[in-house]
Design a protein around this ligand. Structure first.
Ligand code: HEC
Length: 120
């Protein structure tokens, strides 16, 4: 009986490891597509969901609106946007103030900025 239990535990352990490895290899749970990042498909969506509640045209907190490509690319190319977004949790200058964007969203913003913050 003891052995049967040990065998089952071991099998479950192996199965669990295999499942995890497949997940690591193929990223089935959380695919982060950064191959073709664009302002309209990715960046504007991230900024609308996380930034423009405070930084919008009618109420530009800290004098900054991130609404529309012109505003967003100006802040991005000046360096301020990534400077704030890539700070660690707990840093008083981190944006958004309540906690870091997901790794994936940060990667997309970084890619867009590195490619020239295009209106694409
Ligand atoms: C809850 C409101 C709020 C949200 C959401 C928010 N910010 Fe801010 N942001 C502020 C405040 C308040 C300041 C001024 C204080 C400071 O500088 O930290 C600021 C300052 C900034 C600055 C510096 C000002 C400048 O002109 O350089 C940048 C850049 C910035 N935010 C970018 C962002 C980005 C990018 C996001 C989304 C990822 C975001 N913020 C989300 C409230 C917010």
């Amino acid at each position: 009986m003891k052995y049967a239990f040990a065998f089952i535990s071991f099998t479950l352990l192996l199965w669990n490891c295999t499942a995890r490895n497949e997940e690591d290899q193929y990223g089935t749970d959380d695919p982060c597509e950064t191959a073709a990042v664009s302002y309209s498909q990715d960046v504007s969506v991230i900024l609308s969901a996380n930034c423009t509640s405070c930084h919008n045209d009618s109420n530009p907190t800290a004098g900054l609106s991130l609404e529309g490509h012109t505003n967003a690319s100006t802040s991005a190319l000046g360096g301020a946007l990534m400077n704030r977004v890539q700070r660690p949790n707990g840093d008083p200058l981190l944006m958004p103030p309540y906690g870091q964007l997901s790794e994936c969203d940060q990667a997309k913003l970084r890619k867009w900025v590195n490619e020239g913050a295009l209106d694409n």
